[in-house]
Design a protein around this ligand. Structure first.
Ligand code: ACO
Length: 404
């Protein structure tokens, strides 16, 4: 089974047999033998079964309602449309060149949905691959989180994915909208559901089709984006094995003016004037405008806020920069990735980048790059990853996690 980059799942090592680092329980945190680590925990305490007064039936025993669990990433998958658009292809429709795009962004190609594709289908393909790698049956999934800003149903795509995967027990499925930070937020949400809600297997999917909202006559934006889907299976485990060490999340609505695709009323819809006795009713039908972006401001924001966020997450985890095996940023622009890596003093060989082939795929970019890195053998079980998303909202956030 080939993924979007042609790697084969048969070569994927099983994630079931992992050597765990030596860790001992220390009050409300964890102490690894290498040093103290403020791991993130569910705020609840474990309430074990307590025996009620004598004579009560077993059903009246107080059973744990909220159990402190850990969570780990045990499978990943990805999918991309077949239609590939090169920089030279774009130079045929806007005033640009392969050289300009390559030098300013690092992007060479991107995949774009065509008539026969659907984003939901890509998301399902990515999710199936993640389940295969994790050796988890769709019936054992108890939550599907679809991180997307471009759902194919206004009310959310996640239930359609749940249906297509054949999850027969009707597990909860819902969408998370946070643009290019969506996947990081999805991971953190999965952890919260597992730690505090008793969920076992949570599928976190990042999928976006920004090509549907790009103005293909605007050379400032159309060169950047591509479509794809990526997925990760997050699984409950003992708190000692916890693989999400810390996170740091932010948003700034004031920065929305630099990057948005806002709602606009359809000017051709004259229903309001034609039949309404009340002015302004019924409302006009609306749609979203194309992506509007001040590239320079977004660039500055990313280079300033992302290193701070990763530093903050590292501090919460009690880990030094040198503990990072891989820096995995939202794939927006190679210059942003390089600048963040330089500020964090992470050498290029420990930075994951695949945007040359896909462009900026929004919520899909982190799981897509992770999937390629895992399947190619770069990222191995036990490796520590600093992942960070940033984008429209503005939103940004990072997570320090262990693969496998
Ligand atoms: N081809 C050729 N020339 C171009 C192009 C193009 N595609 N685009 C802009 N130019 C021109 C401009 O018109 C300008 O010309 P001028 O000097 O004659 O006025 C010149 O190139 C420089 O333009 P800038 O916009 O200043 O170029 P910059 O170096 O800032 O690069 C870019 C633009 C690539 C968009 C960069 O600002 C960037 O990557 N910003 C971050 C974008 C980003 O990460 N967005 C995240 C979105 S994720 C989400 O949440 C949706």
């Amino acid at each position: 089974m080939a993924n979007s980059s042609g790697f084969f799942t048969s070569s994927v090592p099983s994630l079931r047999r992992r050597i765990q680092p030596p860790i001992g329980i220390y009050r409300s945190g964890l102490r690894s033998l290498e040093g103290f680590s403020n791991r993130v925990f569910c705020s609840s305490t474990i309430k074990g079964a307590e025996k009620p007064s004598s004579g009560a039936s077993p059903a009246e025993y107080r059973v744990p309602s909220l159990v402190s669990k850990g969570c780990k990433l045990v499978g990943c998958g990805s999918a991309a449309p077949t239609l590939m658009i090169s920089n030279d292809d774009l130079a045929k429709i806007v005033d640009t060149s392969d050289e300009w795009i390559s030098v300013r962004t690092g992007i060479h190609n991107r995949r774009v949905l065509s008539d026969k594709d659907s984003l939901t289908t890509l998301a399902v393909e990515a999710a199936r691959k993640a389940l295969d790698m994790a050796q988890v049956d769709p019936d054992d999934v108890d939550l599907v989180l679809m991180c997307t800003s471009t759902p194919e149903d206004l009310f959310g795509s996640a239930p359609q994915i749940q249906k297509a995967l054949g999850c027969k027990r009707n597990p909860l499925a819902y969408d998370i909208t946070a643009a290019c930070s969506g996947f990081v937020l999805g991971l953190v949400s999965a952890a919260c559901h597992i730690r505090g809600g008793g969920f076992q297997n949570v599928l976190v999917i990042g999928a976006d089709a920004l090509s549907r909202y790009v103005d293909w006559t605007d050379r400032g934006t159309c060169i950047l984006f591509g479509d794809a889907a990526g997925a990760v299976l997050v699984q409950a485990c003992d708190s000692e094995e916890d693989g999400l060490f810390s996170f740091d999340l932010h948003s700034d609505g004031d920065g929305q003016r630099h990057l948005n695709a806002t709602m606009k009323e359809n000017e051709m819809d004259n229903a309001a004037e034609s039949n309404g006795s009340v002015l302004g009713f019924p409302p006009r039908r609306s749609s979203y405008s194309c992506i509007q972006m001040n590239g320079k401001e977004v660039f500055r924001f990313a280079v300033r806020c992302v290193p701070q966020s990763i530093e903050s997450a590292l501090e919460k985890a009690g880990l030094p920069r040198s503990s990072i095996d891989w820096l995995l940023l939202h794939q927006a622009n190679q210059r942003i990735i390089d600048a963040v890596a330089t500020r964090l003093e992470i050498p290029p060989e420990r930075v994951i980048s695949n945007l040359a082939n896909y462009g900026n795929t929004s919520a899909a970019s982190i799981p897509l790059a992770l999937d390629e890195a895992v399947r190619s053998g770069k990222v191995k079980a036990g490796h520590t990853i600093a992942a960070a998303g940033f984008g429209a909202g503005l939103t940004w956030g990072s997570a320090i996690l262990r693969w496998g």
